[in-house]
Write a protein that binds this ligand. Structure first.
Ligand code: 6PG
Length: 243
């Protein structure tokens, strides 16, 4: 584990979400930073985080200072229950005052390859660059039971070092088309927060944390920030097999 990586273990998923929410509050309130670009993860884990951001910090967070992006999206319309945008809109964006232009939706209804290119251009036009690569202030990530992260799945490790900003990918079991940030952009972020909770993530997490041979096949294993900080926010259930 490198010096830029930390592991924080909490008793329950809600405590994980509360800590991450507090970090977002703290980081976005820094007046030295007029704008904060965050890439959200999808799936179910972020739901608790979004709920706590509203319940605990709705009035305190400077929403107008934050630009929301996605680390990945399913290629479905924005009103589809599979949509990561819909999940965030229903729980978070529909409850706050935030300029429309601060919400950078991946248009899942578009052709995947064309949308991956369009989103890449929107990111490149909006974010600062470090080493010619866009820099997110924060990237939130989840961990799939198969060791995927964002929408980079096992067997798609080429997307870790892909030169592009975003790429089209596909869920290996369902065939669902996805759009994902590449590992190059994720690893260029100033902060990468993995939120991993639940017994069903314990095996993969232990493989990654224990640097097992099996981890070498897992995309999440290759999330190692070039210049930033990686913090694993995990609960006790997910940490149960870490040596
Ligand atoms: C997605 C996610 C994906 C997710 C993991 C964990 O679009 O599904 O971005 O990478 O973070 O699959 O999902 P859960 O939080 O539902 O376990």
């Amino acid at each position: 584990m490198t010096a830029s990586t930390e592991v924080k273990i909490f008793e329950k998923p809600k405590k994980v979400a509360k800590r991450v929410a507090k970090q977002i509050l703290k980081l976005t309130q820094k007046s030295s930073q007029p704008r904060f670009d965050i890439a959200l993860s999808g799936g179910s884990t972020p739901k608790k985080l979004f709920k706590i951001l509203i319940e605990k910090h709705k009035e305190a967070i400077p929403w107008e200072r934050i630009h929301f992006w996605w680390g990945d999206e399913r290629c479905v319309p924005p009103d589809d229950n599979e949509s990561n945008f819909k999940m965030a809109f229903d729980i978070l964006f529909s409850k706050i005052e935030i300029p429309q232009e601060n919400i950078h939706r991946i248009k899942g209804e578009n052709n995947p390859e064309i949308e991956a290119k369009r989103y890449s251009e929107e990111i490149a036009d909006s974010l600062n660059l470090r080493g010619g690569v866009p820099v997110f202030d924060m990237v939130l990530l989840g961990l799939g039971e198969d060791g995927h992260t964002a929408s980079i799945f096992p067997g798609q490790l080429n997307l870790i070092d892909d030169e592009r900003i975003c790429a089209a990918s596909e869920h290996p079991l369902t065939g669902q088309k996805r759009i994902t940030l590449t590992g190059k952009v994720i690893n260029n972020a100033s902060r990468i927060f993995f939120l991993v909770t639940g017994e069903n993530k314990a095996l993969r997490l232990s493989e990654i944390m224990n640097d097992d041979e099996a981890a070498k096949l897992l995309p999440a294993y290759y999330i190692t920030p070039e210049n930033g900080k990686l913090i694993w926010y995990i609960d006790e259930a997910a940490s149960s097999q870490i040596a």
